[in-house]
Every structure is written in C-alpha cells, then in structure tokens.
Design a protein around this ligand. Sequence first.
Ligand code: SF4
Length: 372
Amino acid sequence: MPLVEPQIGYVEWLSYSAWKAGETCHWRFAYARDSRFDSLRRPNQYSLLGTVRHKLEEEAQSGKTLKAGESGELWFSRRWEELISNAEAKLADAWSPARTPRAVHWPNYWEVRIHLEDRLPRLITEPKPADSEDGTHKWVVGLALPDSPMPAVEREIRDSDHGLYGIVDRLEEREGLLVLVDFKSMTSSGPEDLLARHRDQMLFYAGLVHHEYGEWPAVKISIPDGTEITLDYEASEAESIVSRATQFRDDWNTGKVSPPSPSADSCQWCPFQVVCPEYQSEFTQILDTEQQLGRGFAVVDGVVERIVDQGDFLTAVLHQPRNLTCPEGTVELAQLAKELDLKVGQAVSASRVYARSPQAVAAGWDTIVVLA
Ligand code: SF4
C-alpha cells in the first residue's frame, strides 16, 4: 500500500470515538472512514476483552444463556471459554499471519476473569425482573420508548437532531431515575483517573440519553469487581460536549477540513502511519520533540533487497529511502511471519516495530505490516 491521502467523505452519523480521533487529526478521522484502509483498523486485546465482559454482563442480567439445571458457576465457565475462544479467533484473524497471543497472556485477563467469576454466577441465578411476584416487569419505563424494557444493554441510541450516535453499555431505572452505566475493563488506574479519562465520553452518552428520554441520567462507570464510580456533572457540561461534536460534524460537511497535524501527541499508535505521507515526511521533526518516543511512533518503509530465512521467521533487508526509525539506507526488519507473501523488489512498510540497533528493527505480533 503506497503512501496515499485519505478521501474526505460526508459524515451522516458521528460516534464519540470518531469525533475524538477527528479532533486530534482530521486525516486520522478521514482514513478511518475510507474503506480502502479498513484492514489497518484492527481489534486489540483490550477491546476484545471488553466485548467479552459486556456480553457476560448482559447475559447475567437477562439470564438468557443459562441452561435448565445449570449452576451459575458452570454457566460462567462455559460462556467464558466460548466467548474468549471467539475473541482469540477474531484477534488471530485480524492480525493474520502474525502469531497472536493466547488470551491468558492478554493484559488484565486474570483480573477481569476473577472479578466476573466472583459476581456474575450469583447474578444470573437471581430471579429476573419479569419473574417478580406480581408478574409485572418492573424495569419497563414508560418514557420515550415504552416498548424498550429496562435495563437496556448495549442499546444503540441515535440523536437525529445532531447526527450523533453511540452504544450505551447499560441503561437502568433505579428508584424512578435513569442510570447510565458504562463498563470499563481497565482496573489499574484509580477512580479519579478513570473519571477524568472518560469524562467527555460519558457526557456524550448522557447527551444521547437526554435526547431520547428527555431527562439527564445519573452516570456511573462500572469496573469488573462490580464497583460503580459516579460521575458528577452539570447538564451544561454535557450540552457543551454535544455542541462541540455537532460543530465538528457540521464543519466537516461544509468543507472545513484542516490539513493533517502530525505531532507526537496526535500520531502515537495511529494505525495509519504506514500510509500517511504527512507522518512520514514530518517524522524527523516529531523525533525532535521532547517527549519519549517509543513503539507507538516506530516505522520503517523501504524496498526489499534480500529475504533471509531464519527458521521460524523471515528477515527482510530493505533499502529505506528516508530517515525514519532507522536512518536512510539498509534496514533489517526481522521476525516477520513466514506466511507473508514477501518478494524481492516489493515495497514494505511496518509500524509499531521494536528498535534493535540503528539499522535493525523487529516485528511483534501487533506490528502493522503492509506490502505493496
Ligand atoms: S499518522 Fe499522524 S498525521 Fe497521519 S493520520 Fe495519523 S495522526 Fe494524522
């Protein structure tokens, strides 16, 4: 895939994550919407573990996957294995032919599992709202959507007035109040850090809920041990987030698209480094910044001069025409999967490489390798 600019298309619906990417760099937003670069957007262990947790929370709440006579513990162990195995397959498929790690080696794997295993088997065997004594479904709220039972899990909400949308992890009614719960699998940071990092996202979702139900929800972040951390906010803060996101969308659709803004802050871990001409031409300037630059910025790009079979892996010897992570000239790119269809004379780009020496780097399983 050569260095190529993204196409600037019309944005009908804007999600929180797309908006945030767009605020960082307009090109990053455009690449993410350009289907030619879909293969560069790949799931990682964090997003996949989060999906497993979401699914299990939903099932424990609804009880729908508990088999007759099955204990909560057996249900958990069965569904955990099934969902984790699916997640492993998705990771392997997205990063093929790299050898992706087994889930037990993913960050937070054991912490998330232990906490869920401690809590969800009890939750799934508790009587469900529909089974309450008077036979009524106590969670149904007759607000804007009378046919939408509560708690709602993974509900997609669209605000057609502003062109914004999002998937809300869980929406409940507690003592007559709407409560928006967002699940986070990252547990190492403290409550204050979690609230600070996810504040804008929570306010964006609160805005969606307000649009649909006409009232501002209480907002909580739930970590895997079941602890809920409350986000205190004013309606005006959420309105301001909605207005900023809407302004971004309107500006974009009226042609107010800024040039790319390569910098240490915006480009770190950007999956489009391998195709972004601006990133590669500004690379040496980015290196001049005071920040510590690591794998999130490491990229090599050149034409294969030689391929060395190293047994389990290949090493490609490239001629790199410009200064990137390695200086211009001969660069060794080691630890490439043997299944790559690599040929002499072919152009290769790789980001997220490990620097080994001034002229040599190595690929990890999550190195993005693009062959032209
Ligand atoms: S590499 Fe940097 S400049 Fe290029 S799209 Fe990504 S964030 Fe923008």
